[in-house]
Design a protein around this ligand. Structure first.
Ligand code: ZN
Length: 251
């Protein structure tokens, strides 16, 4: 019995010594060298110390092809925004899962299948879809839909989930993590969303913001996903450059 007390003390002493050794083995790292930075513009840019989007989280999953391409990096503000909106959707409209497609490569730069997505500020979000009985389905690929919201490939198997997709737009507009510049999508989908919003009695200010941010980018119709672009995080300027409209509410 008399020997137990010193033994405990020795073990405790050993732990303290070990902890000290580990702590001092780590060299001090300047905070700035660890910070993610978006550099340049989305179609001619880079990403420094990009943050990775985990494969799955509350209310979302990264699709397999984007995981394989390693197109799952962005500035922390973008990663946080994706998690934030997916979580909000899951809480407000349980049952749906947000399919997240390409972000940027780890160090940004040119990426296959995209003109932009180079500087860690772009992400493709798949539509929330319903089956023909009205049940939410987990969308894992790009499913194009027509102006009435019915899937064209495969035909009439899925329906655009207007309620959840509108909720997603609202969540993006109100994000506390990042400021959204554009949500690229086809004109037809934009009309579907805005007429739903008006029918639901959404606030005129939210409708006006959605009207401005939702945009069909030229020839590319974007009838199978939302392409979301955020503004440069404040600390990343001037290396990071915003091009185009700067909405009054995003200043
Ligand atoms: Zn895109």
């Amino acid at each position: 019995m008399m020997q137990r007390k010193p033994k405990k003390l020795l073990v405790l002493g050993g732990m303290v010594l070990l902890w000290t050794a580990v702590a001092s083995a780590e060299p001090p790292v300047a905070k700035s060298s660890r910070r993610a930075v978006s550099i340049g513009i989305p179609w001619d840019g880079k990403l420094q110390q990009g943050e990775v989007l985990p494969r799955k989280g509350a209310g979302y999953q990264l699709i397999e092809i984007s995981r394989q391409r390693r197109a799952r990096f962005g500035v922390p503000e973008l990663i946080a925004m994706i998690k934030e909106v997916a979580f909000r959707l899951e809480r407000r409209q349980p049952g749906g899962v947000l399919g997240v497609a390409d972000l940027s490569k780890r160090i940004g730069g040119p990426i296959e299948h995209h003109g932009s997505h180079q500087s860690g500020r772009d992400v493709d979000l798949l539509f929330y879809l319903l089956d023909m009985k009205g049940n939410p389905v987990v969308n894992t690929r790009f499913v194009p839909v027509d102006k009435n919201g019915f899937s064209t490939e495969p035909p009439m198997v899925y329906r655009f989930d207007t309620v959840r997709n509108w909720e997603l737009i609202v969540a993006l507009i109100h994000s506390r993590r990042a400021k959204v510049q554009w949500i690229f999508v086809s004109k037809a989908i934009k009309s579907l969303l805005l007429s739903h919003a008006e029918q639901q009695g959404a606030s005129p200010s939210v409708i006006r913001k959605a009207e401005q941010m939702l945009r069909q980018p030229g020839e590319k119709t974007h009838a199978d996903h939302f392409h979301v672009r955020i503004y440069c995080p404040r600390g990343d300027r001037p290396a990071c450059r915003d091009v185009g409209r700067r909405w009054a509410w995003a200043r």
